[in-house]
Design a protein around this ligand. Structure first.
Ligand code: FMN
Ligand code: SF4
Length: 443
């Protein structure tokens, strides 16, 4: 198990953003096959593939597709989540930029399967160039008759629009995305079981399907190549491939599509290995998931079950590599700052808790930590995690709790010695007090 380019197969083909080149490489074959099928047969094909959502949670895709009412009594919508705000994740960007037709095709297939006539691609505000490529792909798809009225003679109409976000991490959360799309403030909504699922009452209170960019691209691959073939890759419960965005202290950063179940260390090897030191830690699925030590990394495979069993998550596939010169406390201070900044402020645990966690992290990382600060961090996290209105509150806690679990001695070192355990390796004990990090924060 290693690199397996199903979705990224054609990313480097010259001119692949052009519909002629895309079609010459099998493009829109998935749509043509879907157009000749019954709606339920498309859903069943996705079910047979075992595809799970690639936006982070790994929810079975077919259950969502099957959940929309099977009639045209009211409008239905298909949304593509291209907000990609998770730190360390840049796979959707490359798909949007280099393979826009794969996304457009996948969304039209979803429209056919869910009786939807309108789709929106919600693109992160900073992704102007990728959005431009998608715009061109949509125009070309209209010219070919893949979008618009009576697509491919099916009697089915489908229109597709782009909606640009404004660079808010929270707007990637599906219910906040829907609020933002409707022109409201990007706050999340009440969730099931306290409110209906989006498939029942989503955007404009109409049945709505929402999936990630990679999920639509994988569904397209399934329709173009068969569920059986897709399901032959991966593990028993994690089928197919996952695109991992590899960054940090690594020789060849970039997007790598790996077969589910590939050993974590194999991906490190494929990406050229750690640079400027030895491996210290990896965050496998974006900043919201738990950091793992080099020792733990040996045991982890890149699939939902193995990551879960080892106390972390595959998440969005934002694979961040850290060498042994990394100061974990400084890393967590920066992470806490991110979540504090992105908290939308709607609920008290997250609004207050993220700020409080950052303040404690900041004082530890600037040499003013106090005895009991580690317990304080764990206590705050226990009151935010699972008690916030949406997943951002949980996501703010997991990295800090995970880092304390894996690297507690580094937090203790900072509190006791008022300087970095990493920095101290380069300074004899008597000059630890002039650790450059401390000197900077004292200014
Ligand atoms: C704070 C927060 C931010 C999120 N950001 C994204 C994002 O940028 N892109 C994404 O696809 N999913 C994101 N999600 C997950 C979405 O809510 C949703 O689960 C996903 O789009 C579903 O698609 P899937 O079933 O294809 O995975 C985020 C969730 C949370 C809690
Ligand atoms: S958890 Fe955070 S981001 Fe989510 S609603 Fe509460 S304040 Fe807003």
């Amino acid at each position: 198990m290693a690199i397996l380019n199903l979705l990224l197969e054609h990313r480097d083909v010259p001119g692949i953003t052009n519909i002629d080149v895309w079609e010459a490489h099998g493009g829109y074959e998935g749509l043509k096959r879907a157009a000749a099928m019954e709606r339920q047969a498309i859903v069943d094909e996705v079910k047979a593939s075992g595809l799970r959502g690639r936006g982070g949670a790994g929810f079975p895709t077919w259950i969502k597709w099957n959940g929309l009412p099977k009639n045209y009594d009211q409008p239905h919508y298909v949304l593509c989540n291209a907000d990609e705000g998770e730190p360390g994740t840049f796979k959707d960007r490359e798909m949007l930029l280099k393979l826009p037709h794969a996304i457009v095709e996948g969304i039209i297939i979803a429209g056919l399967a869910t009786y939807s006539k309108v789709g929106y691609i919600y693109i992160r505000g900073e992704y102007t160039e990728p959005a431009w490529q998608v715009r061109k792909a949509i125009d070309q798809a209209y010219q070919r008759g893949y979008l618009g009225k009576n697509i491919l003679g099916t009697g089915h109409d489908f229109d597709l629009y782009i909606h640009m976000g404004a660079g808010s991490y929270e707007c990637g959360e599906e219910s906040a995305l829907m609020s933002s799309l409707m022109g409201e403030r990007g706050n999340p909504r009440l969730k099931f079981p306290h409110a209906p699922l989006p498939t029942v009452a989503g955007v404009w209170q109409a049945p709505t399907l929402i999936n990630n960019v990679e999920t639509y691209c994988a569904a397209r691959w399934v329709l173009a190549n068969s569920a059986e073939k897709y399901a032959s890759y991966g593990t028993e419960r994690s089928k197919g491939t996952k695109i991992m965005s590899v960054s940090g202290h690594i020789a060849r950063p970039g997007n790598y599509e790996v077969e589910m179940g590939t050993p974590l260390m194999e991906l490190l090897h494929q990406a050229g290995g750690v640079i400027n030191g030895r491996l210290k830690a990896v965050i496998p699925g974006g900043s919201s998931v738990q950091i793992k030590t080099a020792e733990d990394c040996e045991k982890i495979n890149l699939d939902y079950e193995s990551c879960g069993a080892n106390g972390t998550l595959l998440g969005s596939g934002g694979f961040m590599v850290f060498n042994d010169l990394t100061d974990i406390v400084q890393l967590m201070k920066r992470t806490a700052e991110f979540y504090m900044h992105e908290s939308c402020g709607k609920c008290t645990p997250c609004r207050e808790g993220t700020r409080w966690m950052f303040k404690v992290m900041d004082r530890i990382a600037s040499g003013a930590g106090q005895q009991g600060d580690i317990e304080l961090l764990l206590s705050i996290a226990s009151q935010v995690d699972g008690r916030s209105y949406c997943g951002l509150g949980d996501a703010a806690c997991w990295p800090i709790v995970g880092a304390i679990k894996a690297f507690r001695s580094e937090f203790e070192y900072w509190i006791e010695h008022k300087c970095s355990p990493v920095g101290s390796r380069f300074f004899p004990p008597q000059v630890e007090a002039v650790n450059p990090i401390l000197a900077l924060s004292a200014r």
